[in-house]
Design a protein around this ligand. Structure first.
Ligand code: KIV
Ligand code: NA
Length: 264
């Protein structure tokens, strides 16, 4: 088996086949998701929250993300790995964006990059695509602009649907191979998906996008505390890990671990 290519994802859309994407930030999850047949992994800037413990995605840097990108690429054989460009690394314009994207491809070894923004980032997307680097766009709610958007809020309600549509057209026109639609009404996502020939990847965007993405710790229930409404938990890793940790601590305290079979 070979790695998934961006053209495979566009072909899947033409066949009406849906696919899934997860975030990954380390070798074990990357290897498991790859073997389980997830075609696209995103080393998201959500590592800011889910790996580094920052409150928002704003502080995370390329220096912090690149080692995680390398780990995910090394641990996978079939998955297309997308590296997420962090806040501050592409907003200045096409030159800065291309410089950062090249770094992610060379130093991270990923197969595509992602950045946030529709019309306002069309020039950046065109420059990166023009250099031969596939770009996944990200519109709707874009966490790096949460201070402008007024927190985690659905985008594109009512008349604002036109804004989402205009952003979607702009990123497709600029050459993006796919576009993430985050927290937009299901009807808007459906309309964008029908109109674009590139795949849409929904998160909190209803059932009619071509693909779905979740943060893996949300999907697997490792996240503690309240998750957004669009998350479905497919496992309870936080509970499983808490239980395992308590048993380990108890067995050490009680002298049951290590036993003879663990002893040289
Ligand atoms: O960083 C991230 O996890 C993302 C996805 C949720 C799309 O951008
Ligand atoms: Na992100």
């Amino acid at each position: 088996t070979r790695r998934v290519r961006t053209r495979d994802l566009i072909a899947a859309k033409e066949r009406g086949e849906r696919w899934s994407m997860l975030t990954s930030y380390d070798q074990y999850t990357a290897g498991i998701f790859d073997a389980a047949g997830i075609p696209v992994l995103l080393v998201g800037d959500s590592a800011a929250n889910n790996v580094f413990g920052y409150e928002t995605t704003l502080p995370v840097t390329a220096e912090e993300l690149l080692p995680l990108v390398r780990a995910v690429v090394r641990a996978t054989r079939q998955t297309l790995v997308v590296g997420d460009l962090p806040f501050g690394s592409y907003e200045e314009g096409p030159t800065q964006a291309l410089r950062t994207a090249v770094r992610f491809m060379k130093e991270g070894g990923c197969h595509a990059v992602k950045l946030e923004g529709g019309r306002r980032c069309a020039a950046q997307i065109a420059a990166i695509v023009g250099a031969g680097i596939p770009v996944m766009a990200h519109i709707g709610f874009t966490p790096q602009s949460e201070h402008t958007l007024g927190g985690y809020r659905v985008q594109g309600r009512g008349d604002a649907a036109d804004e989402v549509l205009a952003d979607a057209r702009a990123v497709a026109e600029a050459g993006a191979f796919a576009v993430v639609l985050e927290m937009v009404p299901g009807e808007v996502a459906k309309q964008v998906t029908a109109e674009l020939s590139i795949p849409t990847v929904g998160i909190g965007a209803g059932p009619d996008t071509d693909a779905q993405v979740l943060v893996w710790q949300d999907m697997a229930g490792l996240r503690t505390g309240k998750a957004p409404r669009f998350v479905k938990r497919y496992a309870d890793l936080a509970d499983a890990l808490t239980e395992a940790t308590r048993r380990f601590a108890d067995e050490v305290r009680g002298g049951e671990f290590p036993a003879a079979e663990h002893t040289f």
